[in-house]
Design a protein. Structure first.
Length: 385
């Protein structure tokens, strides 16, 4: 009698405990992969919003340590972390190991040494060619880039083009997202119903450019004193303290709200009049697509993959990164021009629906797995149409 075929497994390596765009996408993978005949398992830090959310969803999750890789002060912790991860992977024996961002590729490649496990490295950040070998991307079986711009940077490092693919993020708005009461969050945050509300959804890291946005906001409120700005996300405590100090120094306390981590984010996006992504670096910009899908005009910086998401003067505006003056002017232009804002919002919503679908993302993901491992994923019902 033949034994039943083992369901192929994919182990995700993810070293951030908070939930931002990459983590929300990981949760989508975990939700959708079983429909393709694949079992997802996540290895992540033990404490934080991500592990709590995975446990709530009854997803297989294992705890591991992910110390900073290039700091000499973590040398002994790194060695211990590699041994711990190696033992986990040896015990789990997955069909594919999917490292969900570059930061954990070195630790993973050392851990799988001698195991003959196929590894996919997902690159979600802008990357210079010299860093490709530094982060051992050249040792991965396949590299997934979240934008064409990142794909070209990786190829420029000398990695065989056949081993690099772009996988755009996809979005499937949950039922009721578009029907969110835009005043509910405003009441919760004591924001007047007629105030013009700007917002950003991103983890609190310096590369996200929140400090640039606050500098721009200080200019905007001089001519638009009713403007409010909501920050949705958590992250680096030191950076958050610096942002709060900046708010005080710029006398913006009446204009800025720190909403913290929110799941779902859609009621907060619904409350906004304009979405702003002020990043210094941005691999792609999942939150920008969410805002577009929610019918919001968007402003972003011309960095990384954002120009592949935002079509300048069609779905929103692009400005140079790290330029508070240009960002302030773009905000003023759209706040003063409701017709333009609504036109961008309609075009952005159409673009999100046609270019960034979750079915296309899952098809690309499972075909990547099949390219390096004998997993033979099946098509989900939505993909067969």
């Amino acid at each position: 009698m033949m034994e039943p075929r083992k369901t192929p497994t994919v182990v995700f390596i993810h070293g951030v405990a908070a939930i931002g765009g990459a983590e929300r996408e990981l949760l989508l993978y975990v939700e959708r992969l079983p429909q393709h005949g694949l079992t997802p398992i996540v290895i992540c830090p033990p404490d934080g919003a991500l592990s709590a959310e995975l446990r709530m969803r009854r997803a297989p999750v294992h705890a591991a340590e992910f110390p900073p890789w290039r700091k000499w002060t973590t040398m002994f912790r790194r060695r211990r972390a590699v041994r711990q991860l190696a033992m986990m992977l040896e015990r789990l024996n997955p069909d594919v190991v999917h490292v969900n961002d570059i930061w954990w590729v070195p630790q993973t490649m050392l851990a799988v040494n001698g195991m003959n496990l196929p590894v996919i490295a997902h690159v979600r950040q802008e990357i210079e060619p010299p860093k490709v070998s530094r982060y051992r991307l050249n040792h991965a079986g396949l590299v997934l880039a979240v934008s064409r711009q990142i794909e070209e940077s990786i190829k420029a490092s000398g990695i065989d083009a056949a081993r690099v693919r772009t996988l755009y993020s996809g979005l499937d708005l949950p039922p009721g997202a578009l029907a969110c009461d835009r005043q509910a969050v405003r009441r919760q945050l004591s924001i007047p119903p007629d105030a013009l509300l700007l917002g950003t959804v991103a983890n609190l890291f310096e590369r996200k450019g929140y400090d640039v946005m606050l500098a721009a906001l200080a200019r905007v409120v001089k001519t638009e004193p009713s403007v409010q700005y909501v920050i949705v996300g958590t992250g680096d405590p030191a950076y958050e303290r610096a942002l709060r100090s900046q708010v005080q120094a710029l006398e913006l306390s009446r204009h800025v709200q720190f909403a913290g981590f929110q799941d779902p984010v859609y009621p907060y996006i619904a409350a906004m009049d304009l979405y702003v992504q002020p990043s210094r670096m941005e691999g792609f910009g999942i939150a920008v697509i969410e805002a577009m899908a929610m019918g919001k005009a968007v402003i972003g910086t011309a960095t990384g993959g954002l120009p592949e998401v935002i079509v300048h003067e069609e779905t929103g505006l692009l400005v140079p990164p790290d330029d508070p003056g240009a960002l302030a002017e773009a905000v003023r232009v759209l706040l003063k021009n409701l017709e333009k804002r609504e036109r961008f919002a309609r075009a952005g919503q159409d673009r999100a629906k046609t270019h960034f679908t979750i079915d296309a993302m899952m098809q690309g993901l499972t075909s990547a797995y099949a390219a390096i491992a004998p997993v033979a994923p099946i098509a989900a019902e939505g993909d067969r149409a």
